[in-house]
Write a protein that binds this ligand. Structure first.
Ligand SMILES: CC(C)(COP(=O)(O)OP(=O)(O)OC[C@H]1O[C@@H](n2cnc3c(N)ncnc32)[C@H](O)[C@@H]1OP(=O)(O)O)[C@@H](O)C(=O)NCCC(=O)NCCS
Length: 242
């Protein structure tokens, strides 16, 4: 699609290389939910979860220079993987067999229990597991990945009308305690302008799902023994209006 920076390539959960080396390494780099990978594989194979690699488009200026920066920061990701996924859910596809180096990933998932819990229509898909390489953030790749994910969700075979997601409570994400854990202690330079992911989604048309109080997600921070309980809020978007 014209103007897009990212192309999405389906994750081949049956490929050891795409499963263990690539997706696991990216989840470790991301800092969240690497332990859920076996569950994601099962869901992807069953056609409940649809994970895609985010790949810089070939015609994007400075693609090679940006990839160099990415693999310098994350050397385990320097070997390209091959596009081998022959299906997305129950829909067959022709893999290109071309090599690529992903700079992140994003998923769509069917979560009927959560739809019921939060009063979403059954034609809802959940956006999950979004990550763009820390070293390449703030360059528009996340927005491009989201825009294409919305398009995929609205089209066959999903025909979703609504999207939903959970994300960290914005005021907590920009608190000094969390910034020190997320950036300083992990050797990642803090962004010049601090914006929460909650506000990033809001600028893309997502609205808060009313909840009496946030939910909590346990996260292992390396400066405390017990898991930190991260406050999480829910957001939604009607994609029939996009
Ligand atoms: C949240 C996340 C996916 C955003 O990805 P990203 O690639 O940094 O996002 P973008 O660059 O598209 O958007 C950042 C901002 O940079 C701006 N931008 C776009 N192109 C730009 C450019 N060439 N130069 C500088 N800034 C630019 C965008 O306008 C955007 O502004 P906005 O805040 O008004 O939307 C990313 O920060 C991430 O992976 N975080 C860690 C994991 C995580 O928190 N995931 C979400 C779980 S809910």
């Amino acid at each position: 699609m014209a103007g897009e920076k990212i192309v999405l390539i389906p994750w081949d959960a049956s490929s050891d290389e795409q499963y263990q080396r690539s997706m696991y390494d990216q989840r470790i780099a991301c800092g969240w939910r690497a332990d859920e990978l076996p569950e994601w594989k099962e869901k992807q194979i069953k056609g409940i979860k649809f994970l895609y690699w985010a790949v810089i488009r070939d015609d994007f200026p400075d693609k090679e220079k940006l990839l160099q920066r990415h693999v310098q920061k994350y050397p385990t990701e320097s070997k390209p993987i091959i596009d081998t996924a022959s299906a997305v859910g129950s829909t067959a596809r022709e893999p290109s067999e071309e090599p690529f180096i992903p700079i992140g990933h994003i998923a769509l998932e069917q979560c009927p229990d959560l739809d019921q819990k939060f009063g979403h229509p059954s034609s809802t898909l959940w956006v999950k597991s979004l990550y763009i390489s820390w070293i390449l953030q703030d360059a528009g790749f996340g927005r491009s990945a989201m825009a294409q994910t919305e398009r995929i969700a609205a089209e066959a075979p999903h025909f979703a009308t609504n999207l939903a997601l959970d994300t960290m409570l914005g005021s907590y994400q920009t608190s000094e305690t969390h910034l020190a854990r997320l950036y300083d202690r992990r050797g990642i330079v803090r962004p010049k302008v601090l914006r929460s992911t909650e506000s990033w989604y809001a600028r893309q048309g997502w609205v808060l799902v009313p909840m009496p109080e946030p939910e909590f997600y346990p996260w292992h921070a390396d400066d405390v023994e017990k898991n930190v309980q991260l406050p999480v809020i829910m957001m939604k978007k009607d994609i029939t209006r996009s």
